[in-house]
Write a protein that binds this ligand. Structure first.
Ligand SMILES: Nc1ncnc2c1ncn2[C@@H]1O[C@H](COP(=O)(O)OP(=O)(O)OP(=O)(O)O)[C@@H](O)[C@H]1O
Ligand SMILES: [Mg+2]
Length: 329
């Protein structure tokens, strides 16, 4: 379990009221990320969970500027990157400092390039290292860091297993010596034992290279294992955020409770203690959304104000925040 005593550390990323909307035509706008605020401290891992389609990947892509935010601030190392032009972002070296690792390592590796070329490409583009020879030495070192060998540099992606390919993808993102990495389902496609190796490697690299992670994963146990804090998302908004053990052991938002309880447990005694066994009901539409809590239509505790007033994230003690008019205590 990662340490969660990071309170006094420098804030690496301060996300304030960030929005990302997709135009669907005919005046319809999908509020994929709708007014999200959170901070990530240097050296910390923040987990991001929530059901499929709630906006986790969109958050990650917006943070690393694969998408332009439609509003809000993303303050990275003290500077708001949202209003910056491409040139300013380049000057600030943001494309080096922020990286994203994706789920499918095969789709993201060019099949016509050797692994050495794939890992070295960024070094070449950014003119890191004096010459080809020095860059090759750097590639060897990166291969070593991710548990691969020098000899692997001359091989092509199809000659590797899924776990090895993900290691290549990680080496590529480490090549530019980033500060911040979004891992979006980075280990989901791997089988369980390989997944554990790659996760442990990510933790190890975080310590050695002073990295900060946002980890998106469906597997809640993976998120608990790797994260210091966790943020729970529901239909484009954050509903709960706090230290990972606190949120997992004392969830207060009805959605978080439902999400955690949906994890199958092979224990009949546990089954009878379940507070919220199912989440039924119509799903709130994130297209041109009306005010109110987005979970209200499925929430067993919903009261009148829930369908008219949007709840804001509020502290329920220390570092634990919940956006709910009636948090479950
Ligand atoms: N490029 C796009 N254009 C239009 N809509 C999009 C686009 N990308 C995502 N969306 C929509 O935005 C919402 C959030 O999608 P996103 O991929 O961020 O969800 P997610 O939480 O990562 O889901 P999953 O767990 O399945 O990966 C979804 O409703 C999705 O259909
Ligand atoms: Mg996703």
């Amino acid at each position: 379990m990662a340490e969660s005593g990071a309170t006094k550390q420098e804030i690496l990323l301060d996300v304030q009221n960030v929005k990302k909307y997709f135009n669907l035509g005919h005046g319809k706008r999908l509020h994929a990320v709708d007014d999200i605020s959170f901070q990530i401290r240097r050296g910390e891992t923040l987990g991001l969970v929530g059901e499929s389609g709630c906006g986790k990947t969109t958050v990650g892509r917006t943070l690393v500027q694969l998408y332009e935010a439609d509003g809000g601030k993303i303050i990275f190392q003290g500077k708001d990157i949202v209003p910056m032009t491409r040139l300013q972002r380049k000057k600030e070296q943001l494309t080096k400092k922020m990286q994203m690792i994706f789920q499918d390592p095969y789709a993201s590796l060019n099949p016509y390039f050797t692994v050495g070329e794939i890992i070295g490409e960024g070094l070449e583009i950014h003119k890191i290292g004096a010459d080809k020879k020095e860059r090759l030495e750097m590639v060897y070192e990166l291969l070593d860091r991710v548990g691969l060998h020098k000899e692997h540099a001359n091989r092509f992606p199809h000659e590797f297993s899924g776990g090895q390919r993900q290691r290549v993808g990680i080496a590529r993102s480490l090549a530019l010596n980033p500060d911040f990495i979004v891992c979006d389902e980075a280990t989901s496609a791997l089988d369980v034992s390989v997944q554990a190796q790659v996760i442990n490697m990510l933790i190890d690299l975080r310590e050695k290279m002073n990295l900060t992670y946002l980890v998106v994963a469906h597997d809640l146990s993976v998120v608990r294992y790797i994260s210091d804090r966790v943020a729970v998302m529901y239909l484009g908004q954050l509903v709960e955020i706090g230290a990972v053990d606190e949120v997992y052991d004392h969830p207060m938002h009805p959605y978080t409770i439902g999400l955690l309880e949906a994890v199958p447990v092979a224990d009949p005694d546990y089954e009878k203690d379940r507070k919220i066994t199912m989440m039924k009901g119509e799903i709130f539409s994130p297209v041109n959304p009306r005010p109110g809590c987005r979970f209200a239509t499925r929430c067993p505790y919903a009261a009148e104000e829930c369908s008219s007033m949007t709840p804001l994230l509020q502290s329920v003690g220390g570092d634990h925040f919940v956006a709910c008019h009636h948090p479950v205590r």
